[in-house]
Design a binder for this molecule. Structure first.
Ligand code: SAH
Length: 569
């Protein structure tokens, strides 16, 4: 099911929305702008937002009166096959009412939410109440080929007709269906590409796997042609299996996306046959067409456990600390991760985490070790997030992760789905608090000489000073490096006037935040610690008094003399 949208109109509904979200981690909470703080997304108008989500086929959970939702969607309720699940939940979580989406698992969703809220959903569909299952929305792994015949089929069952079952569908056993070998109706479960007969519901089970011997262009088309050749339904295709050496091939991911199936990897299999046999050792049908091996498993479960998924490694920036300064893509990535790797303090900043997420905290210094650990986890098929504060590419884990990859010949590491997601870096966060001290050319220099020689730092600083860049110092000082900042300031003072504005941002975006402005002449190393970012203005950086006694600091966009008319951009 695509990602559900939970819509709320007021702050009172947020707690219930969060309980629902805890049960549906893919869900996004939409809160009315100006009324709700802490939603994932703010919206301006209820009706248009609801209709956009409906048209985008997103399952909708609205925490409001049913009437509001019904009236808002009234104009769109023509086509029953196209409707996403829509349900309403009382603000306090006391009632769960499925409204639309009978063929799209609405009652399953209503039950899940009911469990999360400790309340019985108001199920109103007769067939489902009577038979304990909705034939029209089979469980995951089964595709109903002819939903349009469903209404008549269920009406006949309700009128007393019996139903034969041809093929295997264990979920029928748990329901209260009138199953009888002499029945006039048929539920047929088959992976064969056949047309449904009269009085028949045809289900395709996801039992077909394909071993892809070679990752090449147009794979999806070739797979569909091969399935048609052996008369298997594309709706029974459960997954593609490929060798781990091909992990990361764009052809494979494109084919899996296009076909809407999972992609799994098998280490060490060399032929297409070996790929499918490693996953389905005793297929009930097997055939090889060119570089594609097709196998049909006896049971769904065999296929569900086959192969291993491509691991993902996301190096994410948390921003300086405040949750509002974390980009939404990072929040989503953390929410879907199985493993969180990082320095203890940052792992805490990445919260809230779920109990099923495994945390691998470590010391702040062991960056390369941490990167290797993350690769080892991801290469085993897990979804791993490595957290950095600020931006992961600024003196942080992204480079460490790439160094680890660069030093590895292991194909399973190179096959990992690696992404880097940016964050708000400390200098940007501090600068924004006080104006725009980095509003013109600037550079960022780490004063740490742990991984680069001090003379290199001084040399770069001399050039930055001579070039009249504004400069931000990261890692300005520490117990182990007490004198470096003083020496750096001595050098800068040879190029800059004592009145040059300086900004100290300490614990920006955290509870103890303090952002102060002073001058280069007044700046002393004792005012600075390792939780501070130091910004030193260029010759053009200036200040404006604020009514609260503080000041704005900014560097104008021009250099030399102010232009008469500013550019429009
Ligand atoms: N990746 C981080 C920087 C890591 S280097 C980022 O992009 O922000 C660590 C240095 O960053 C610290 O010594 C300090 O100078 C600065 N820093 C990181 N977070 C900070 C914060 N919240 N407030 C002020 N400075 C911070």
């Amino acid at each position: 099911m695509s990602q559900p949208a939970i819509l709320i109109l007021g702050a009172n509904s947020l707690a219930t929305a969060q309980r629902i979200k805890a049960a549906l981690p893919d869900a996004t909470i939409y809160g009315l702008a100006g009324r709700v703080e802490g939603a994932d997304i703010a919206y301006e108008e209820f009706g248009p937002t609801l209709r956009d989500l409906y048209n985008a086929d997103r399952p909708i959970i609205a925490l409001c009166a049913a009437g509001i939702v019904i009236r808002s969607l009234a104009s769109l309720l023509q086509n029953k096959q196209a409707e996403p699940p829509v349900l309403v939940v009382a603000e306090d979580g006391s009632a769960v009412v499925p409204l639309l989406g009978g063929t799209r698992g609405i009652n399953v969703l209503a039950r899940e939410i009911g469990v999360a809220l400790g309340t019985a959903p108001a199920i109103t569909t007769t067939g489902e109440l009577r038979f304990g299952t909705c034939l029209l929305s089979p469980p995951a792994g089964y595709h109903l080929r002819n939903p349009a015949d469903g209404k008549t089929f269920i009406a006949n069952l309700l009128a007393g007709a019996k139903m034969r079952v041809e093929g295997e569908a264990p979920w029928f056993a748990a329901a209260k269906l009138p199953i009888d070998d002499a029945g006039t109706l048929t539920a047929r479960i088959t992976s064969a590409d056949v047309e449904p007969a009269a009085d028949e519901l045809l289900f395709h089970p996801a039992t077909v796997v394909i071993g892809v011997g070679r990752a090449e262009p147009d794979l999806a088309t070739r797979i569909l042609t091969a399935l048609a050749q052996v008369k298997l339904s594309r709706h029974s295709l459960a997954l593609l299996l490929a060798t781990e050496r091909d992990a990361g091939s764009a052809h494979l991911t494109a084919a899996a996306d296009e076909l809407g199936v999972k992609l799994r990897y098998v280490p060490d299999a060399t032929t297409p046959e070996a790929l499918v046999l490693a996953a389905v050792p005793e297929p009930i049908q097997a055939v090889t067409i060119e570089t594609l091996a097709i196998a049909v498993a006896d049971k769904l479960e065999e296929v569900q456990l086959a192969g291993r998924k491509r691991g993902r490694l996301a190096v994410v920036g948390l921003g300086p600390g405040d949750a509002g300064m974390m980009v939404p893509a990072v929040r989503r990535e953390i929410d879907q991760a199985e493993d969180i790797v990082g320095y203890d303090t940052y792992v805490k900043m990445a919260g809230p985490l779920r109990p099923d997420q495994i945390v691998h905290p470590s010391d702040n210094r062991e960056e390369l070790w941490r990167a290797r650990q993350a690769f080892a986890l991801a290469a085993s098929g897990r979804s791993v997030v490595v957290v950095s504060s600020g931006d992961p590419g600024v003196f942080a884990m992204a480079s460490a992760v790439l160094e680890a990859l660069d030093g590895s010949e292991d194909p399973s590491w190179h096959g990992v789905d690696l992404v880097v997601l940016p964050g708000v870096s400390a200098a940007m966060a501090a600068a924004a608090r006080i104006g725009a001290p980095l509003g013109h050319d600037f550079c960022i220099i780490s004063l740490s000489d742990n991984l680069k020689p001090w003379p290199v730092i001084l040399d770069r600083l001399a050039h930055a000073a001579a070039g009249d860049f504004a400069v931000a110092f990261y890692n300005p000082i520490s117990k182990a490096r007490p004198w470096q900042l003083g020496e750096a300031l001595d050098l800068l003072r040879q190029h800059r006037a004592p009145e040059t504005p300086v900004v100290l941002g300490r614990d920006v975006g955290r509870p103890a935040e303090r952002v102060t402005s002073l001058t280069l002449g007044d700046l002393a190393p004792e005012m600075v610690d390792m939780r501070t970012v130091v910004i030193i203005g260029s010759s053009t950086t200036r200040t404006i008094k604020r009514p609260d006694g503080g000041e704005w600091v900014y560097t104008p966009r021009w250099y030399g003399t102010a232009p008469v008319e500013t550019e429009k951009d």
